[in-house]
Ligand binder design. Sequence first.
Ligand code: NAP
Ligand code: ZN
Ligand code: ZN
Length: 351
Amino acid sequence: MTTPAYGAYAADKSLEPIEIERRAPGAGDVQIEIAYCGVCHSDLHQVRSEWGGTLYPCVPGHEIVGKVSAVGDQVTGFKVGDTVGVGCMVDSCRQCQSCQEGEEQYCTGTGFVGTYNGATQDAPGHTLGGYSQRIVVDEDFVLHIRHSEDQLAAVAPLLCAGITTYSPLRHWNVGPGKKVGVVGIGGLGHMGIKIAHAMGAHVVAFTTSESKREDARKLGADEVINSRNSEEVESHAGTFDFILDTVAASHDLDALTALLKRDGTLTLVGVPEHPHPSPNVGNLIFRRRAIAGSLIGGIAETQEMLDFCAEHGIVAEIEMIRIQEIDEAYDRMQRSDVKYRFVIDNSTLAA
Ligand code: NAP
Ligand code: ZN
Ligand code: ZN
């Protein structure tokens, strides 16, 4: 079915209207009319080919919420009219150990199929994401949304920013009695603060934007540090159980590893275009500190996160945009000028 979308034809081109084809729903598929789609910094990295390997035309978008408009014969979990979400994955091999353990994002068979730029038999041979009016997805990769209807736009960012912060916070057992740092208060970081706070941790926000100090407290931070003020940073040396680094640009990690307690972990989720400077080994070995990485979260865990957020009244802080404003939104995101996630009103695709 022909579907209006927005995409880019090359790394140095603006996004523009583009007609794409969605497959007719197969037996196990759910067809979704997209109401809103969040704008992740990964969309920008991908469209501008900052990671290399971008396939064009590129239609980004992996923070998708909307309504089911059709289901295949064998779909059991969803019906027409349901409010649903789709995150960063639309398929995986389903057989490897990671898939069987519900960690599809770490699929070692075919690798997970990204919601955009992933391999598919559908035209044009790679997946096209949520900057579009509709999408067709296997039901195993569709999520139930249990927030109230009026929160729908602000739920969209949970599908990537929410799960990418929830998963490592859970994996490294963040909770009461733990001192947790969240570095970079953008789309991911602001969700990290809210979720870590709801998990009961003592949360310390690190920002380079003095203007976000007050906001960070409102989001749930117990303390806020200007990461450019070395005195302020160093006063917390050796005190953190866990630090989640969401920064989208290359930066020095030593100032952060020095803040960890013995056996503490610094987990990187930001994926900058250029590598971070090599970390100081001494900082790590003398306290058995670790630097780790984490990728989104599995489908079951994404549902768990959505339900956790619904129960705790957690949604993203958003600025709604029309699809026609997407290039300007990217430029503002590049300048850390977003409070705290742009969300596209997909009805503007029809304009
Ligand atoms: P974002 O909204 O742009 O937020 C990034 C924040 O990092 C900025 O708001 C800013 O916060 C801080 N920052 C930016 N440039 C900086 C610099 N030069 N030095 C220090 N701090 C800087 O981006 P996002 O959507 O949250 O995504 C963050 C990163 O995570 C991106 O690289 C994205 O691709 C990646 N990502 C990874 C996964 C995963 O599965 N691992 C999933 C989604 C996204 P302050 O103003 O507070 O300093
Ligand atoms: Zn994302
Ligand atoms: Zn697999």
